[in-house]
Design a protein around this ligand. Structure first.
Ligand code: G1P
Ligand code: ZN
Length: 543
């Protein structure tokens, strides 16, 4: 079994986006595409010689084949050991945990997150570093640069490794350790939360519906919620991971998790509803007849985390991505702890977490997490909610009402315009950039612009600067519009418009969201001419 060096040449389009490289599966399956990218990663991290790496993915179509290629390339590049989940499965947070727990040098995560999976859908690959978090931009830039000059990759020719059950194997000189993908993660959750209190809650008749959306969290949720915590068998639905996610769109939001929404808004709703995405890092929280926006969820978790043993000592600070509503800032301000605003993408939280500046982080896109790993973590958010519900013995609706009565409410919505021709989307952004300086002082839909800029972030830990991270228009009444183009789409451009309006605690706290936001939505249209540029009368997805 010898390593072969295969001649290759650069392939266009290997620039990692918001979260690794995502492409149509067919593109990933083209000759040399995966191999070029994997070799570029290995080269960018200074080679694999002597390293221990983690490997796993969300089980989507091509996950199994890609895993064997990555193993063969790790072996050919001199890796000491690869620790891989059975059948090459690992949720993203579980992979992050394994990297940290096993002191690995990093890990490959095969996933396109919430993007649909299948032969004609999406595949993805990203690299996480030794802290368990997504490679920072300095590394992803290196990967990209390497992909543009690559001339060869190394691989060994050998039989596939049998990954069907836990155990040990060898590929060339490289060791392979196959582990149960759930156990270490479930054990970690037991250290953070009061499983006894949550068990008591379920024993008292509390009901939950967890929708795994035919994606990776099914086995995790069954083990933790049903087996370890005693939720009624059947509480986990769509729990069998499928390569095409049952042809669904495993993105936990009211649009794609409509079944769950319908149940939770219906007459026989359980006490608590939740869902997670393709690779298990996103979460959706729904109470009986009440949907909790991810921005509000982050704020409520920040205000109540002390109920969980893992956070009893309080939080060091809270971070949110720039487009996320400012609800969490209000909690941080009141608690006298730091609050940080970072660009979109979990990789920007890594330094803050590593430096101990923040304990909790979150994004409006249904990502919430803490310093327990370096990824957002869907089931973790569900368990923290359950711990809080167990401690407070109130309903989700009661907890939300009390929260808004204390802090006021940040009405919030995101409008997505999908598959917009790239040049039209770029034109819209370019025109907006040119307008920013003229906006302050002008009035739109009765709102006066206070400030407008293109968000630039200076990392307070390492001083690195990330520019052009989203257009922000702040109005004098505290309302806000943010616009940016998605960095994860695989087809055309996706324009995201984030809308926010603050009502203080003595204001109107129970308006329908679209009503509360109506002037902000109108102002966005007047300023950005969204209809004209996208050619669409309405957003494709509203969350
Ligand atoms: C989207 C979300 C972002 C999240 C990322 C990865 O990125 O908006 O918050 O970190 O997916 O899950 P976008 O497509 O907006 O670049
Ligand atoms: Zn995800």
């Amino acid at each position: 079994m010898t390593a072969t060096t295969v001649k290759t040449s650069p392939i266009e389009g290997q620039k990692p986006g918001t979260s690794g490289l995502r492409k149509k599966t067919k593109v990933f399956m083209e000759p040399h595409f995966l191999e070029n990218f994997v070799q570029s990663i290995i080269d960018a991290i200074g080679g694999a010689t002597g390293k221990t790496l983690i490997l796993g993915g969300d089980g989507r179509y091509f996950n199994d084949r890609a895993a064997q290629v990555i193993l063969r390339m790790c072996a050919a590049n001199g890796a000491k050991k690869v620790i891989v989940g059975t059948n090459a499965l690992l949720s993203t947070p579980a992979a992050s945990n394994l990297i940290r727990k096993r002191d690995a040098d990093g890990g490959f995560i095969m996933s396109a997150s919430h993007n649909p999976g299948g032969e004609f859908e999406d595949f993805g690959l990203k690299f996480n570093g030794a802290n368990g978090g997504p490679a920072p931009e300095s590394v992803t830039d290196k990967i990209y640069n390497r992909s543009r000059e690559i001339t060869e990759y190394r691989i060994i020719e050998t039989q596939d490794a049998d990954l069907s059950k836990p155990g040990a194997a060898k590929m060339g000189d490289m060791e392979i350790e196959i582990v149960n993908p759930v156990t270490d993660y479930a054990d970690l959750m037991e250290t953070l939360f009061d499983f006894g209190a949550i068990r008591d809650l379920f024993a008292a008749g509390f009901s939950i519906r967890f929708d795994a959306m035919h994606a990776i969290t099914g086995p995790y949720a069954r083990e933790i919620l049903e087996r370890r915590l005693g939720a009624k068998p059947g509480s986990v639905v769509n729990g069998q991971p499928l390569p095409d996610f049952g042809r669904g769109h495993p993105d936990p939001n009211p649009v794609w998790a409509k079944d769950l929404m319908d149940v939770m808004m219906g007459p026989d709703a359980p006490d608590f509803g939740a869902a997670s995405d393709g690779d298990g890092d996103r979460n959706m929280i729904v109470g009986r007849s009440i949907y909790v926006t991810p921005s509000d969820s982050l704020a409520v978790l920040a205000a109540n985390a002390h109920h969980a043993p893992g956070y009893a000592a309080g939080l060091s600070g809270v971070a949110r991505s720039m487009p996320t509503s400012r609800a969490a800032d209000l909690v941080a301000d009141k608690a006298g702890i730091g609050s940080y605003e970072t660009p979109t993408g979990w990789k920007f939280f890594g330094n803050l977490l590593d430096a101990g500046r923040v304990t909790l982080c979150g994004e409006e896109s249904a990502g919430t997490g803490s310093d327990h790993v370096r990824e957002k973590d869907g089931l973790w958010a569900v368990l923290l909610w359950l711990n809080i519900l167990a401690a407070r013995r109130q309903s989700v609706a009661e907890i939300m009402a009390a929260h808004w009565a204390e802090y006021g409410r940040n009405y919030y919505s995101r409008h997505d315009y999908e598959a917009v021709p790239k040049d039209r989307a770029n034109d819209l952004v370019t025109r907006m950039r040119g307008l920013l300086n003229e906006l302050p002082g002008k009035e739109f839909a009765g709102l006066t612009v206070g400030a407008a800029d293109d968000f630039a972030y200076t990392d307070p830990v390492d001083g690195s600067v990330s520019e052009r991270q989203g257009l922000r228009i702040a109005f004098t009444d505290g309302s806000r519009i943010v616009m940016r183009l998605s960095g994860t789409g695989t087809e055309g451009a996706t324009l995201r418009v984030y809308l926010e309006r603050y009502q203080p605690a003595n204001g109107e706290l129970n308006l329908p969201v679209e009503d509360a936001l109506a002037p902000v939505i109108q102002a966005a249209e007047e300023i950005a001419k969204i209809r004209e540029y996208t050619g669409k009368d309405a957003p494709d997805v509203t969350t």
